[in-house]
Design a protein around this ligand. Structure first.
Ligand code: 3HC
Length: 722
């Protein structure tokens, strides 16, 4: 948990030892409290150096202990005793000093950091504030404005930035612990009063009017928080630091963290933390798993298609240092694509202060033949199955036999592509999200023939690109878009029943979504879904002309988006969609009076009597419909765990992280309530089969609504796709 040793005769070296990240669990806190006491009371010890084992100082409190009854000694008294000591205490920071880890370091009198170390207070990402004096000591060290930014965003800083800010005293390239020991020897007995190094004794360094900074900070945080409490509470803690003596500030910090620690938002955010990490631990029915499957080396990647997706994927790969051969079929398209990619890389380099973007890694070509030597291809052409099949057949002839063939399709059948190749086991889906160089999510779609090696390679490549990869099974829309379809359907139905697009969006944004569904639809372009609906036979010549407009494939259908597309209202790109924009390509959505008239006419044409739609109905119908489909996805083995579904929604669809994801949200609302509300809505809308509660949801309620990580035990896989 922590080791004590003596070095240079008079220096006590305390080494935190709790792999993998030296988290401060109860046993660790107990051990360092004891060891620190021993060091501080041992007459032969003149100074203390605190470090962490295996190149990691400390990642803070043990998150697994949150939500459990408290045990072991608290951090605050330990930090207080250390800081109050007359013996200098020096922190030797390697790897990370985060949360409680940084709070311990701030209680030390001096801080030496390795050049590659990162420091910060990520508590806000867990629904918390720094709760062991961090909110009171950091502003006393670096001033209110800088502390406000770091604590409310959770941003980590490099050692160099920490030095500039004054968080650390020295940055070293070599051996941090040796340097810290030398440093400690230098400060022993030297007439350097420790008093000035005790942050609790300082008054916050105000360089500007703190009240104004805090007020402005609060306004900014509230606007960005989308309903999350913790960032707002962080500002309150900083206000206490700015206005109260240290001891009173600490009392306030304690009250504030106690208010957050058991909140549903903190639970949701901590759930997300582990869900994101668990998504990496994929397994297949064959027994192949993340830790027994070897990925192939990927040095060179081919990207076919330089539309929006292909461009973003290319930028992402090049930024990760991977050589890319980008192929387009037409010269004009290639020219446009090339300029867009180079522009994005240029802007990115400027932002990071680099002089040259890594363009040497790029080859643009009109010939597929140039893909002979790539290790992996990502196909990003139009969502047209015939086109994709032709391409995959050709790729098979062009690429070396070991090349993995990946498709970026957002929902077409990966298996149908695999079977046209002679290398079915090397075909997987790599479904990126637009803009692909920004969005974190990657769905890795495992078809029935995909090998463990192919899945491992796609997941490892995703990690290199900084993506959060989730392995999913093959079905129309996979996980994300399959659930999205039902979410969209509910939103269209709500318009038919009386709501306006801006009303639905406002409710969803107040719930915490980054953007309302209709704004998202305008941004991505209404023609995207239109093309998919045509391809799946919901509209077009294949539909029997006698079929009623609001009825397709045995259930209720809303032709609203099709009608808009027919009028050329495709969203932002055409200047009009669900909203009105100043010009085509405009970004500012405005409620459109013509849309309201259009909806009125539509309702009267179909004899629909508009009614007032309450906010709670918008939320319930949209989110419960999604979760209900999520249960079906689990039952079919398209997703391995409810956590995976939630990770997909948080990282790919703007679902508010502080609500955990659609499945976690359903659990927090209460599965019995969700079931009862779905039954209610299904009774009102029997022509919408997806509102009928799924069998898994019903079984879970019968089983007493177990917590999310136990749902798996109730899944009856008839045929798992994973
Ligand atoms: N508590 C418990 N487990 C932790 C942990 C923590 N603080 N930090 C990381 N872990 C676990 C992870 O769950 C993972 O476990 P697994 O291997 O079983 O999946 C393992 O350590 C390795 O973590 P990562 O996979 O994330 O490894 P990376 O190298 O990518 O990242 C990291 C390392 C930067 C330390 C990252 O894990 C991280 O950001 N951790 C969270 C840090 C944090 O939020 N600290 C604040 C805690 S709250 C606090 O301190 C309150 C205080 O104010 C009192």
């Amino acid at each position: 948990m922590a080791r004590y040793s003596r070095t240079e005769g008079t220096i006590a070296l305390i080494t935190l030892s709790n792999p993998p990240v030296n988290a401060l669990g109860a046993a660790v806190r107990r051990t360092i409290t004891d060891i620190m006491h021993r060091a501080l009371t041992d007459g032969e010890v003149k100074a203390v150096v605190l470090c962490g084992e295996n190149g990691t100082f400390c990642a803070g409190a043990d998150i697994r202990e949150f939500g459990k009854p408290p045990s072991g000694p608290a951090l605050v008294p330990l930090i207080h005793d250390m800081e109050a000591s007359e013996k200098p205490v020096v922190a030797a920071i390697e790897g990370v000093a985060l949360g409680g880890g940084l709070e311990i370091a701030l209680g030390c009198h001096y801080r030496i950091a390795h050049a590659k170390a990162r420091l910060g207070f990520p508590e806000v990402m867990l629904g918390l504030i720094p709760g062991a004096g961090g909110s009171q000591r950091l502003p006393r060290l670096i001033g209110i404005p800088a502390a406000l930014e770091l604590i409310t965003t959770g941003r980590l800083v490099s050692a160099q930035e920490a030095l500039k800010l004054g968080i650390v005293d020295q940055v070293v390239d070599g051996n941090t612990i040796e340097t810290a020991v030398k440093f400690a020897l230098n400060v022993i007995g030297v007439c350097r009063p420790l008093l000035s190094r005790r942050l609790s004794e300082r008054t916050p360094a105000f360089s500007v009017d703190a009240a104004a900074v805090l007020e402005e900070g609060m306004a900014r945080v509230k606007q960005r928080a989308r309903g999350a409490f913790a960032p707002v509470v962080c500002v309150q803690a900083l206000r206490a630091a700015a206005t109260l003596p240290y001891s009173r500030g600490m009392e306030t910090e304690e009250q504030l963290i106690n208010m957050l620690i058991d909140s549903s938002q903190a639970r949701a955010l901590q759930y997300c933390f582990f869900a994101q990490r668990n998504a990496r631990k994929w397994s297949l029915p064959s027994g192949a798993r993340w830790n027994n499957s070897k990925p192939r080396a990927v040095h060179r990647v081919g990207v076919v298609g330089l539309g929006t997706m292909g461009r973003g994927i290319t930028v992402s790969l090049v930024k990760a240092g991977i050589s890319v051969v980008a192929v387009e079929m037409e010269e004009k398209q290639m020219d446009l694509g090339m300029r867009a990619v180079l522009g994005m890389l240029e802007r990115d380099a400027q932002r990071r202060g680099d002089t040259r973007p890594p363009t040497h890694l790029l080859t643009f070509t009109l010939s597929l033949q140039q893909l002979g030597n790539v290790d992996l291809v990502i196909e990003a052409v139009f969502e047209d199955m015939a086109l994709k099949k032709r391409l995959f057949t050709e790729l098979c002839n062009v690429c070396k036999p070991s090349t993995l063939l990946c498709t970026n399709t957002s929902g077409l059948d990966v298996d149908a592509l695999a079977v046209v190749t002679h290398r079915r086991s090397l075909v997987v889906g790599m479904h990126f999200f637009a803009p692909a160089n920004v969005m974190k999510l990657l769905e890795v779609v495992c078809g029935p023939h995909s090998s463990a090696e192919a899945v491992a390679t796609a997941m490892t490549l995703g990690k290199r690109l900084g993506k959060v990869g989730v392995v999913v099974g093959n079905c129309p829309g996979f996980v994300g878009n399959r659930m999205m379809k039902l979410y969209l359907d509910q939103a269209y139905f709500l318009l038919e029943e009386g709501a306006a697009p801006e009303q639905v969006d406002q409710v969803l944004e107040e719930f915490g979504f980054t953007m309302g569904i209709f704004k998202v639809s305008d941004l991505s372009g209404l023609d995207v879904g239109w093309r998919v609906r045509k391809a799946s036979g919901l509209i077009g010549p294949d539909v029997n002309p006698k079929t009623p407009s609001r009825w397709r494939q045995g259930c209720r259908y809303s032709p609203l988006p099709d009608l808009l597309c027919e009028q050329g209202h495709l969203g932002q790109k055409s200047g009009r969609g669900w909203y009105l924009y100043e010009t085509p390509g405009g970004k500012e959505p405005k409620p459109d009076p013509a849309m309201h008239r259009f909806l009125q006419e539509y309702r009267s044409r179909y004899g629909l009597t508009p009614r007032h739609v309450h906010a709670h109905e918008v939320i319930e119908r949209c989110t419960y419909a999604m979760a209900n489909e999520g249960f079906r996805i689990l039952e079919e083995g398209i997703a391995a765990r409810a956590e995976d579904i939630d990770v997909i929604y948080v990282f790919g669809y703007g679902w508010p992280r502080h609500r955990g994801g659609p499945m976690f949200h359903a659990a927090q609302v209460g599965l019995a309530t969700v079931l009862q509300r779905l039954e209610h809505y299904h009774q009102l809308h029997p022509d919408v089969p997806h509102l009928q509660p799924s069998p898994l949801l019903q079984r879970l309620v019968e089983a007493g609504s177990p917590p999310v990580h136990h749902w798996r035990e109730h899944v009856q896989h008839l045929h798992s796709h994973l």
